[in-house]
Design a protein around this ligand. Sequence first.
Ligand SMILES: [Zn+2]
Ligand SMILES: [Zn+2]
Ligand SMILES: [Zn+2]
Length: 211
Amino acid sequence: ANGIDNLQPLETTISDVERFKDTAFVILNCPSCDNEFPFGGIVASNYYTVCFNGIQCKKCEHIFSTIQFTSQLERCIRSHISLYYAGWLHCDDRTCGNVTRQISVFGKRCLMDGCTGVMRYRYTDKQLYNQLLYFDSLFDCKKIKNRELKPLYQFGDIHAPKEPLNELTVNALTEQNRELFQINHDVVQKYLNDCGRRYVHMGSIFEFMTM
Ligand SMILES: [Zn+2]
Ligand SMILES: [Zn+2]
Ligand SMILES: [Zn+2]
């Protein structure tokens, strides 16, 4: 590797596109027909539509009640948090691949015989923080209207919808769902505030593990 790989842009200069590159989508499960699909906010999808009174499954036309949606969002957030707390470490030496929850008395040193690799958290506090920031962006009316949400599909994906939503539709739907989005925004904020404090804290204490 050359030195340029190690140069990280300042946190504040990173765009959402870059910041959310590796984040996971919210996976929704339709309570009526059991269809499962990724949710990416008010964007075009072949599986759901955001209508004037909520999120609707395209397969069976069921509209999620507020609690149906919010509880699934919350479950999704919790699954990411428990993944983080599971504390899996992996060796950064690609030829080793040691994965463990055991922290060596030598800290970051890999315990495999003769391996010189460094153990790192598989799901870092920074990753969790970015994941929560991504969930937050889904319910951020300003970002939705500016159409800054992370796209659900890559170009050429067979699941990708043919047409993006037009600006007028996005703006109208954002206003019509403002209350629902505020509720979900608050849900994410609750976890984000917790995590934010921990992030700052952990960053200084466990710096050697989270680089
Ligand atoms: Zn359905
Ligand atoms: Zn190793
Ligand atoms: Zn926000």
